[in-house]
Design a protein around this ligand. Structure first.
Ligand code: HEM
Length: 141
């Protein structure tokens, strides 16, 4: 990711932070509309809390984008835990698409082609690292 892309992600995420609960709810609505079978994986129940955790994690990842040495181990461990949640590698595409649709709806005109590209790159990086963590969890089992 370029420093400019990191800047674009941070500045586009900023206006969404106070709306975290709404953004998270919109994200899950998008995700379950796209792939209703995924609903069964979220056994923890309270989707409001789930949404908060997701937004906190995204926020933490965004803060660490320019410190990959600190970010990567967090993502590897997060990906390992997702194996226990029943998440498989093909699910990452649905989550990525739901995230981009949610950002597009939330940011409106602010979701320029350049901003979309930056988020796509970031999600690809996060998903890749989480899937690497998942593979090492499966191999170690
Ligand atoms: C950018 C990628 C993702 C991020 C940042 C993320 C973040 C999180 C966080 C922070 C948690 C809370 C538990 C923990 O920290 O271990 C969690 C739980 C969970 N995530 Fe993700 N996740 C991502 C991708 C996915 C994908 C692709 C799926 C597949 C549908 C998924 C499904 C779940 C499930 C099922 C749980 C547990 C829910 C429960 O206990 O009911 N996540 N995720």
């Amino acid at each position: 990711m370029t420093p400019h892309q990191i800047h674009l992600i941070r500045s586009s995420f900023e206006p969404l932070k106070p709306l975290a609960a709404t953004v998270a709810a919109a994200f899950y609505a998008q995700l379950f509309a796209r792939d209703p079978a995924l609903r069964a994986l979220f056994r923890g129940g309270d989707m409001h809390e789930q949404g908060e955790r997701l937004m906190q994690m995204l926020s933490a990842a965004i803060d660490l984008l320019d410190r990959p040495g600190a970010l990567i181990p967090v993502l590897l461990r997060l990906g390992q835990r997702h194996v226990d949640y029943g998440v498989a590698s093909e699910h990452y595409d649905s989550v990525g698409a739901a995230l981009l649709d949610t950002l597009a709806a939330g940011l409106g005109d602010g979701f320029t082609a350049e901003v979309r590209e930056a988020w796509t790159t970031m999600y690809g990086f996060v998903a890749r690292k989480m899937q690497e963590g998942a593979v090492s969890a499966v191999l170690a089992a």
